[in-house]
Design a protein around this ligand. Structure first.
Ligand code: IVH
Length: 702
């Protein structure tokens, strides 16, 4: 309706509707990364709102969209590179896992079963982690975890959280405090109530509400949301906080942080599990969500020795609470085709609430699982198969995909038939076959299978890979369907093809000038890519994120890797030996890697991609001054002062490559008592051989 002809009442009603619609659009865009309207529509609504307000200034609302600052779509948070990565935790599910954790630590440190070893035990808060940097006692930066190495700059938002001090007294010059942002149950209920009243987005659970509230571009919105913070860890420090985890937490408390009151010290697995049970019993009454108990080695010097695996510390573990369960009807089974061609059965369920989240899909793993068999052909669930129409038990644990766990065959409808797993790919019609020993049936269509191609693309843009802002699974799917991108290389020619001319990205539904140029810039930004991310992004079967890092560090450059893959094609000879000599590399992974480069179509697609990129050489952490940086070391025989695992980790920290076999490329062999054929081979090849003390003396210089 023409603004000039609006009555006062009509104007008032429309302003209310616009406020609601634009607030909703903001939330969808910023919080869910799922825009509900194009930039152009958004702008048009905002202009109309402003025009009505200009005609009836006294009707302007207190929550007028004209006053919403910083909420323009296409803006985003700045990025912060964490000075020390923010890691996740390995999980334990049973009491035995906790004993195993203690045993593995003792083994790694070479401690006998009787040596005292203290741990802390504390609730695992179900929120999102945040790193706060204080310089000379002043809060200067707050960053989300992000992918662990780069997070989002949410400093202005963090400053609105009452539990986070802006200034602290007598702190080290540099102090990074880490902990969890969360929302209490009461505040969550109240927030959802308010959101419902204004027609805004409601949240599925307190964790989502906390994440959505912290990641508001307008810090004033965050201020209005009651967030809390528990400190439980730290990053960079200019001075230690204490000698133990316990002392460090007390120090953080002294600086004014909230720390969890259910944290205790334990002298071993029995007490740890005891505390787990005590916390579990109080869980419902705590007033905030927790999803387990975290155990940490108390002595910080031991934590230091234990160090890290690729994404988790060895000195801590999360003992998770059991998954939540519910029963519902299995309405259908869909087959999804993954990036490596795997046909995965997905249960379509009558929606059911499991632990506060509505679940309507769950995984059924593979065809044997549906039949009631495990990967070795043994019966599971007492051999009961699962049929469409059955009453099934669904469970979910934390963020993982819900699973179908059990079936109640007493409720089975008479008409239910055994499920017949397809032997052709439902997406491309190619044969779907099962290789001997593989639990999974796979489509043989390769790159001609649209499902594989699109899943490969989704993997390519995912977090651990190219992580292109504004290009998520949904966008990739749309571009693929419309023929804009068929393979990763096409992403890097998108601007050339759709930046100008007849068909342009900015004119696509859901896109506008700003979002299109932001995407082109984000793509440009990723042309320069670390080798490890490229390897992971290729989505080669068996080659995960940590393997990609390992491979990148081994070869250093793309050219060296590509050449080695060419030379190792026949799966024999020095290049192959060198590849499988990488510590942690098995013949299956090596075969898959070499296979990807040997397959003509795949190889051509990889080369087209690399032609678009500037691949960064893989560099080890700063190891200047290390006497073993860049050297290839092999350990053999018995080590007496530390376990093999610790020796390897220390060598790697000093920039050495640790290999499992002796070859002409080996620089140092560390041979303990009982060394056999490897020592002999090293002697033949004239390789420097040290005993354990010699090795320790060598690395002690650094
Ligand atoms: S310690 C180096 N302690 O759990 C490990 N994490 O699953 C530092 N979390 O990313 C983490 N409560 O966001 C630690 N008491 C607690 C925790 C906790 C919740 C989160 C944290 C971490 C995730 C790992």
């Amino acid at each position: 309706m023409d603004i000039d002809t609006l009555t006062r009442a009509q104007a008032n009603a429309e302003l209310a509707a616009l406020a609601q619609q634009l607030a909703g659009a903001n939330t969808s865009y910023h919080t869910d990364d799922a825009p509900v309207m194009s930039d152009a529509e958004y702008d048009a609504l905002k202009r109309r709102n402003a025009a009505i307000e200009a005609r009836f200034p006294d009707l302007k609302r207190r929550d007028s969209p004209s006053d919403v600052v910083g909420a323009a779509p296409a803006a985003g948070f700045g990025k912060i590179t964490h000075s020390i990565s923010m890691l996740s935790l390995a999980n334990a599910f049973t009491d035995e896992d906790v004993q195993e954790f203690d045993a593995s630590i003792r083994k790694y440190l070479g401690l006998g079963a009787d040596t005292p070893l203290e741990y802390t035990a504390e609730p695992k808060i179900d929120g999102l982690s945040l790193s706060l940097r204080y310089e000379n006692g002043v809060l200067i930066q707050a960053a989300t975890r992000g992918d662990g190495s780069v997070g989002e700059n949410v400093t202005a938002n963090a400053r609105t959280i009452a539990d986070i001090p802006h200034r602290i007294e007598d702190a080290p010059d540099i102090l990074e405090v880490r902990g969890e942002v969360y929302m209490s149950h009461a505040d969550f209920e109240a927030l959802n109530g308010r959101q419902q009243e204004i027609g805004g987005k409601t949240f599925a659970n307190p964790r989502n509400a906390a994440a959505g509230s912290l990641r508001q571009l307008d810090a004033e919105v965050t201020r209005a949301r009651p967030l809390r913070f528990f400190a439980y860890a730290w990053g960079s420090l200019s001075a230690p906080l204490g000698q133990t985890q316990w002392q460090a937490i007390r120090a953080l408390e002294g600086f004014g942080f909230s720390t969890n009151p259910l944290t205790i010290r334990c002298d071993g697995p029995t007490e740890m599990v005891g505390h787990y049970k005590a916390i579990e019993a109080q869980r419902a009454a705590l007033g905030y969500d927790i999803d387990g108990v975290v155990y940490k080695v108390n002595d910080l010097a031991l934590q230091d020795r234990l160090g890290y695996r690729s994404t988790t510390p060895r000195w801590a573990i999360a003992h998770k609470f059991p998954a939540e369960l519910a029963w519902t009807i299995l309405e259908g089974i869909d087959i999804q085709v993954g990036r490596t061609g795997a046909l995965s059965p997905v249960a379509r369920l009558a929606p059911v609430t499991v632990g506060g989240v509505v679940v309507s899909n769950a995984t059924l793993h593979n065809e044997d699982y549906i039949k009631g068999l495990d990967s070795k052909g043994n019966e599971i669930r007492g051999g009961k198969d699962i049929r469409i129409g059955d009453l099934v038990q669904v469970y979910r644990a934390g963020d993982v995909i819900p699973k179908v766990a059990d079936v109640d065959i007493t409720k089975r409808p008479d008409t239910a038939e055994p499920y017949e797993f397809p032997d052709v790919c439902p997406e491309c019609g190619s044969d779907a076959i099962r290789e001997p020993g593989d639990a999974v049936r796979r489509c043989t269509g390769g790159l001609i299978c649209p499902a594989q191609a699109v899943e490969k693309l989704k993997h390519f843009v995912s977090r651990g890979a190219f992580d292109i802002d504004g290009l998520g699974a949904k966008q990739v799917e749309q571009f693929y369907t419309d023929g804009w991108i068929a393979e990763p290389a096409d992403i890097f020619t998108l601007k050339e093809r759709y930046g100008t001319g007849m068909q342009q990205l900015k004119n696509r539904e859901g896109w506008g000038e700003k979002s299109a140029s932001a995407l082109f810039a984000a793509i440009e930004d990723k042309r320069k890519i670390p080798l490890a991310r490229l390897i992971f992004g290729l989505g080669i079967r068996h080659v995960g994120e940590s393997a990609s890092n390992m491979i990148a560090l081994h070869y250093g450059t793309w050219d060296a890797l590509a050449q080695a893959m060419e030379d190792a094609r026949g799966q024999e000879g020095p290049a192959w030996e060198d590849l499988i000599g990488i510590d942690g590399m098995g013949t299956v992974m090596a075969g898959s890697l070499v296979g990807a480069f040997a397959q003509e179509a795949e190889r051509a697609s990889i080369l087209r991609l690399v032609a678009q990129l500037d691949v960064q050489e893989a560099v080890r952490a700063d190891t200047t001054g290390s006497p073993v940086a860049g050297k290839t070391v092999v350990f053999t025989g018995t080590l007496e002062k530390m376990s093999r695992a610790e020796a390897k980790a220390r060598a790697e920290r000093l920039g050495a490559k640790v290999s499992g076999s002796v070859s002409a490329k080996t620089d140092i062999l560390v041979a303990g008592p009982g060394a056999g054929s490897k020592a002999k081979k090293a002697a033949e090849l004239g390789i420097e051989t040290l005993d354990e003390d010699g090795w320790l003396a060598l690395i002690a210089e650094s």
